[in-house]
Ligand binder design. Structure first.
Ligand code: ADP
Length: 501
């Protein structure tokens, strides 16, 4: 069958669900299958997944997506993987059994250890090598926790019997029935063990965290044929040829391939990523420096700001507070009042990420009066998402000394027109919503397709990007300034809340 009549299978392994999406040569979604899986919260602040459940849900959605479109192996040109980043899995090289559950990126169990590392003065060395701030978010301290707390594991690791991997590594291991132990450079750059300048695992960091180098996967680019599948899901071997962490994949899927282009994903959290070209920019404003992708020999870098609670605050209004029936209703509710009624909602439910990095901040709703209604509270929650994204945008502008031309957006919450308009209003920057909403999966598909010649080059892909709607600033600057000043006052009240009690 001619290559361009086939399909690219994108695996999008996320924090709450596993998805499989088939794209055609025009970059259009042909079918999608999705399964959620169990979240384990063994203690406050701990978040785990079962690695086998990740694989079972992932493999079953692959089969389902192919069956839905009535496709067989012969129709699949290649496979691309995008995955939740930083989540840490350690498994036995012989048996393939995980030694412990996956410790998820949101897990805070190593927060005190991170504070200790900061107090000992490791922050600047780690930042220079890895581009990251010391935080429990990244994989290094999670690996160390497993080595130190699961019986017998350190000895087995030192004997070379164990493998570490982020979810991309784990999926490739399973797709190849335990013959390939690899990761890609974007996932590697989120472990806090990878030197983004030399593009190698850093021995000094491995020593600091007491992690045997034999555990580490081989680091590959984002677009090359890594292997062929040998899992019984497929009758024949299919090339696996694209891999990137979910945010980097979304940047690529949005075709932010030129220096200075920005995308923001509005999902559970919000993630803003800026393409900084072939030079890593070390942030003066607490943003992360990370690898955007490596295609061929060329490494592209990015600046990233993560907001921990974005759309999750809407889930909280719905599930914990019972204030709303559905996420979709928030748009109508917010527009039913002329303004926020003086209410500000700082959604620091799990601390604050960039640019504050305060793990002791807690959520605050302030400015409530007798006249405050559910609509005001809902509006304040939506505005709170936008203010956080604004703070990250300002940090980026200050690091690169320019203003971006536009922000491309994706993720579940961008369906909300109020949210998009308010973002444009306070940011004074056009917010651009594309047609294809599955940009993370599309990015993985693009990376995979480029490697096997399914698509010729990035130019060809650029023609596929199409616009749904642009939101331009309509609010007066003075009005935005007043809102922002009050927001920052509210943030001040939420910072270090837990540490002070
Ligand atoms: P993830 O990939 O992080 O699981 P998604 O990209 O699927 O997240 O987006 C889901 C998030 O978006 C949820 O947190 C949900 O509360 C929020 N969301 C979905 N629709 C809306 C909406 N219309 N308005 C505001 N938030 C929304």
């Amino acid at each position: 069958m001619e290559l361009k009549n086939r399909y690219v299978l994108a695996i999008d392994q996320g924090t709450t669900s596993s998805r499989a999406i088939l794209f055609n040569h025009q970059g259009e979604t042909v079918t999608l299958a999705q399964k959620t899986f169990q979240q384990y919260f063994p203690k406050p602040g701990w978040v785990e997944h079962d690695p086998n459940e990740i694989w079972y849900t992932q493999s079953s959605v692959i089969t389902e997506a192919m069956a839905k479109a009535d496709l067989t192996d012969e129709h699949i040109a290649c496979i691309g993987i995008a995955n939740q980043r930083e989540t840490t899995i350690v498994w036995d090289r012989e048996t393939g059994f995980p030694v412990y559950n996956a410790i998820v990126w949101q897990d805070r169990r190593t927060a005190d250890y991170c504070e200790d590392l900061k107090a000992k003065g490791y922050a600047s060395m780690i930042r220079e090598k890895t581009g990251l701030v010391i935080d429990a978010y990244f994989s290094a301290t999670k690996i160390r926790w497993i080595l130190d707390h699961v019986k017998g594991v350190r000895e087995r690791a030192e004997r070379g019997e164990l493998c570490f991997g982020t979810v991309d590594s784990w999926l490739v291991w399973k797709l190849t029935r335990g013959t390939k132990h690899i990761t890609d450079i974007t996932n590697a750059s989120r472990t806090m063990l990878f030197n983004i300048h030399t593009q190698e695992w850093d021995q000094e960091l491995l020593d600091l965290f007491q992690i045997p180098s034999s555990m580490m996967p081989e680091v590959k680019s984002c677009s090359e044929v890594y292997c062929e599948t040998s899992t019984p899901i497929f009758k024949n071997g299919i090339p696996v040829s694209g891999m990137a962490g979910d945010q980097q994949a979304a940047l690529f899927g949005q075709l932010c391939t030129d220096i200075g282009m920005i995308k923001t994903t509005y999902g559970t959290g919000c993630f803003m990523v800026l393409n900084t070209g072939d030079k890593p920019v070390l942030s003066q404003n607490n943003l992360l420096t990370t690898v955007a992708w490596k295609v061929g020999d060329k490494v592209t870098y990015a600046l990233e700001g993560s907001v921990f609670v974005g759309g999750a605050v809407i889930q909280w209004l719905r599930d914990e507070l019972g204030l709303i029936q559905s996420a979709a209703i928030t748009e109508q509710l917010a527009l039913s009042v002329p303004d926020n009624g003086g209410v500000y909602f700082v959604p620091a439910l799990t601390g604050l990420g960039a640019p504050y990095w305060d793990q002791y901040a807690r959520g605050a709703i302030i400015g409530i009066t007798r006249g405050t209604s559910a609509a005001h509270l809902t509006r304040a929650a939506l505005e709170g998402i936008c203010y956080q994204v604004y703070d990250v945008l300002k940090a980026m502008e200050s690091d690169i000394h320019t203003q971006p031309k536009e922000i491309r957006v994706d993720g579940g919450a961008i369906a909300n027109n109020f949210l998009m308009q308010f973002q444009a209003d306070i940011s004074r920057c056009p917010v651009v919503r594309p047609h294809v909403l599955e940009t993370t999966a599309l990015g993985a598909a693009y990376l995979a397709g480029l490697a096997v010649g399914y698509w010729k080059d990035i130019e060809e892909l650029r023609e596929q990007w199409s616009l749904d709607r642009v939101f331009n600033a309509e609010m007066k600057q003075e009005e935005a300034d007043v809102l922002l000043a009050d927001w920052h006052k509210a943030v001040g009240r939420s910072l270090k809340w837990k540490a002070e009690n």
